[in-house]
Structures are given as structure tokens and as C-alpha cells.
Design a protein around this ligand. Structure first.
Ligand code: GLN
Length: 490
């Protein structure tokens, strides 16, 4: 018999519906799993066992009280999930992986979290992240590094590394993540799980502690596209608390509408198969594209000519926005403070002592790029190039339905490998940043392993608000292959 913690969202929902398990049993199975694995993996910063069990009991009561004439419970009712520690869960510490927010408990839920809780989901805890989601390895967390469950000497990717490791190691059914430049897709790739980056504005950012406001998106990591769909459908849609959230209604997505990918037009961008990419990654992505072709899709070579500009543009825009967003952390309003003689000294001491070095690097870069006299040359110029990058995607999507490409140039690297070299770390993001700059959705899912047994992911991108086709195309692949079913040994 499959252990309860091994169940997918859909399997767990079915077990609950059939009365084969209660939400309490399911939640207890995950809490025990966390207790045994988290000391080694450090995927969770905070485990909310009491809240989870109370939510599970409520779910069981709701189910017991169901009458045949009642509308069915949400599929997520009683399903245990984890939340990246940059999203607010009312009353539960939200640290963003930073000392500067230690002890801060938001008095409200993020909209994404609130919608899941209203659907009956059980919140197991908060997952580790690079400080303020700045990083690609979760090594920038002030509380310690998360280990990759496939190989403990490797990083899980980042910044949603805690969520990715938690899903891969079966410490939760699924997890929320955020993606500003790749932070859902890249850790999903490194940990062998499926990760959805939503279109900009598709899911409310209310209660997401801001990093780069024009790039930040909320999404989820899980075992398959089919598992992520109920989370997406529950979270997405307009929100009066976030004026940048799209008013469009979210379509009812029928996963099976695309059982066959016959007629699906897949573009493969030449610029994403550059030198320096790990040969096994290139090979696995090519093989997955061939698989789509064998299933009936048409493959087109395409070009996204401004791809190489995405990295410098992102590393101007994201730090610029971050420097403004992080100005509010001053030791007065949130979290701890370093006392000093004057107010100015107190600000400086607090920020100097409690922000980590990567965050300080970004604040300095961003402040510089926004300063009078430099604004036009840096931030203004970057915004213009951003428009060109977006136009590349618009043009490509006139010819194809989705774009297939690698998620990251490498598989999970050694902990400490990029410690002294922030540029090497930034290069991990070359294939994920363009989607954030363009605002389009992307999904990352497992398509193979390298010779060391580390997972390799492939990315699909779709036009703005085109999540439906991402779900359908990924589901079709996952029906035909078993890569997403592989799991690390406990
Ligand atoms: N690695 C990128 C950065 O450090 C992306 C992070 C993210 O998506 N949150 O900015």
C-alpha cells in the first residue's frame, strides 16, 4: 500500500472522498515525514502543526456533515500544502529568509493563501527561501541552506528551494512558490518536480512581500501539472486588494482537451541552446521535444533575438525595484532593531546588521541605477530593452503555441559552488528571466536525469494568460512518460 505522504494531490483527494483516509491522518503522515526529514533537508523554516491539525479536523467535520444534496467540497479540502516564507499566513512568522523580519507575524493572509484555506487546504508550514527571494540556490537564507533531496551535497535551486525540496521529498502534497526571475521553475527543475510560474497579474500579489514588483508572480510546485491545476484555479483571478491583478476570468481548464498534442505548434528558440550549457541538459530537452513530435506536435525552430540582453536588463530592473521595496525595513515598523544614539544611526545599524550580503548588494546596485543622473542611462534604458524582449515573445507566439527550452544551463550544483561569485549565480537564470520580463507564464517539469542521477527539467512558455495550454501540453507529456513519477530515496 502506498504511504499516505506518497499520494499526489489528486490521489489524496480521492482517498478523502472515498473515506479511505481522513484529513487528520493525511496531515499527521506529512507532519511525521517533516519531523523525520526536515533536520536533514531543512526545507521548512516553520512547521505549523497545531494549525494544520485544527484545519484538518475542520475539514473532516465538513466532510462528515456533507449531505448528498450539498454542493461537492473543493478538491483541495483536507489537502496538506506548504507555503514559501515570502507569503503572509495570518499569525504565522513570515521571515522572507531574513533576520530583519525575524519574529514578524503578519496580521492577514496573502490572497493566494486565503483562497486555498477557504477551499479547505491544510497549511503545514513555511518553507525556506533565499533572503527576500534573491538567489538561485536557497543558500542566501539567513537561517541555513536547504539540501537537495536527490543529493544532500547539492543545492535545491532557488529561491523557492524549500518548497521544491519539500515536494520532492514528500513532506507536503504541493507547495506555493514565487517566481521573479525563475524561482519556481529552476528549483522545480533541480528537484525533479513540476513548477508553474503564472502570468504577471494572474494571481494576486497581495500579501506577497515584494521583491521586484513588476516581475513578482505567485505560483505553485507539485508532482504534476494535473496536481497543480486545482491550486492554480483556486488562487487565480481578480482581487480588489491588488490593482495589478488581471480582471479576466480564469477559464475552466479541461486537462484532457489535449490528450493528444496533434497540431500543437512548439517553437524551439535557437538562442537557448548556447555553449556552456551542460550537454546532458541539452540532450534531455531535445529528447523531450522529439517525444512531443512523436506524439503529433509540430516543431519549429524560432528566434528570440534579444535573449542575451535579458540578464543585464533583469539585474538592473529587479535590484532597482528591490531597493525601493526594501526601504520599508528600517527596524521601526517590522521585526527586530539595533538600538543606536540617533534615528539615522539606528536605520543604518539595523539594515547593516540584519540584511545579508546579497540583499545589500542588490540595494546598492538598485539605488545606484535609480539615482538622479543615472536613471535614464540604466533603469530607463533597461525598460526600453525590456520592451524588445517582450516583442520577441509576441512575435514568436504569432507562429507557435508554446516555446520549449531548458530551464537552467545546469543540473543542481554543489552547495558553495558559486559562493564567491555572484555573476556565476546570476547566469543560472539566463533561461528563466525572459519570461518574467515579458510577463508570460512558464512551466518546468522533469524530462530526465544527468549521469549523477540529478533531475533535468524542461520549460514551456505560453502567451500572456495562456496557462491553459501549458497545463494541457505538460499533462499530455506526463500521461505518456514517467519522469515526473521518479522520486529520491527517503
Ligand atoms: N535568481 C533570481 C534573482 O536572484 C530570481 C529570483 C526569483 O525569481 N525570486 O533575482
Amino acid at each position: 500500500m502506498t504511504a499516505l505522504y506518497d499520494l499526489t494531490v489528486l490521489e489524496a483527494a480521492q482517498a478523502l472522498r472515498k473515506g479511505e483516509a481522513s484529513a487528520r491522518l493525511l496531515t499527521t503522515a506529512f507532519l511525521e515525514r517533516i519531523e523525520s526529514l526536515n533536520p536533514r533537508l531543512f526545507a521548512f523554516l516553520e512547521v505549523t502543526a497545531d494549525m494544520a491539525l485544527a484545519q484538518a479536523d475542520e475539514s473532516d467535520r465538513r466532510r462528515a456533515a456533507q449531505k448528498p444534496s450539498d454542493p461537492p467540497l473543493s478538491l483541495l479540502d483536507g489537502i496538506p500544502i506548504a507555503v514559501k516564507d515570502v507569503l503572509a499566513v495570518k499569525g504565522i512568522p513570515a521571515t522572507c529568509g531574513s533576520k530583519i523580519l525575524q519574529g514578524f507575524r503578519p496580521p492577514y493572509h496573502a490572497t493566494s493563501v486565503k483562497r486555498l484555506i477557504e477551499a479547505g487546504a491544510v497549511i503545514l508550514g513555511k518553507t525556506n527561501t533565499d533572503e527576500f527571494a534573491m538567489g538561485s540556490s536557497t543558500e542566501n537564507s539567513a537561517y541555513g541552506v536547504t539540501h537537495n533531496p536527490w543529493n544532500l551535497t547539492r543545492v535545491p535551486g532557488g529561491s523557492s528551494g524549500g518548497s521544491a525540496a519539500a515536494v520532492a521529498s514528500r513532506m507536503c502534497c504541493a507547495a506555493l512558490g514565487t517566481d521573479t526571475g525563475g524561482s519556481i521553475r529552476q528549483p522545480a527543475s533541480f528537484c525533479g518536480v513540476t513548477g508553474l510560474k503564472t502570468s504577471y497579474g494572474r494571481v494576486s500579489r497581495y500579501g506577497l512581500i515584494a521583491y521586484g514588483s513588476s516581475l513578482d508572480t505567485v505560483g505553485a510546485l507539485g508532482r504534476s501539472a494535473a496536481d497543480l491545476l486545482p491550486l492554480f484555479s483556486t488562487m487565480a483571478g481578480s482581487d480588489s486588494l491588488d490593482s495589478t491583478c488581471m480582471p479576466d476570468t480564469v477559464p475552466d481548464i479541461d486537462l484532457n482537451a489535449l490528450q493528444s498534442v496533434e497540431g500543437l505548434r512548439i517553437g524551439v528558440p535557437r538562442e537557448y541552446f548556447i555553449d556552456g550549457i551542460q550537454p546532458e541538459v541539452k540532450q534531455a530537452v531535445r529528447t523531450a521535444v522529439d517525444q512531443y513530435a512523436a506524439m503529433g506536435a509540430s516543431i519549429f525552430p524560432i528566434t528570440l533575438p534579444h535573449t542575451d540582453l535579458a540578464l543585464p536588463v533583469y539585474y538592473l530592473i529587479a535590484p532597482a525595484e528591490a531597493s525601493a521595496n526594501l526601504a520599508r525595513f528600517d527596524g521601526i515598523r517590522y521585526g527586530p532593531r539595533v538600538e543606536a544614539d540617533s534615528l539615522l544611526e539606528q536605520y543604518l545599524e539595523t539594515r547593516g546588521a540584519l540584511f545579508g550580503s546579497e540583499v545589500k548588494r542588490r540595494i546598492m546596485l538598485g539605488t545606484y541605477a535609480l539615482s538622479a543622473g543615472y536613471y535614464d542611462a540604466y533603469y530607463g534604458q533597461a525598460q526600453k530593452v525590456r520592451t524588445l524582449i517582450k516583442a520577441d515573445f509576441d512575435e514568436a507566439f504569432e507562429q507557435v503555441d508554446v516555446i520549449a527550452c531548458p530551464v537552467a544551463p545546469t543540473t543542481a550544483f554543489e552547495i558553495g559552488a558559486h559562493g564567491e561569485n555572484p555573476l556565476a549565480m546570476y547566469l543560472e537564470d539566463v533561461f528563466t528571466l525572459p519570461a518574467n520580463l515579458a510577463g508570460v507564464p512558464g512551466i518546468s517539469f522533469p524530462v530526465g536525469f544527468d549521469q549523477q542521477g540529478l533531475p533535468i527539467g524542461m520549460q514551456l512558455n505560453a502567451p500572456f494568460l495562456g496557462e491553459e495550454i501549458l497545463f494541457q501540453a505538460t499533462h499530455a507529456y506526463q500521461l505518456a512518460t514517467d519522469w515526473h513519477k521518479e522520486k529520491p530515496s527517503p
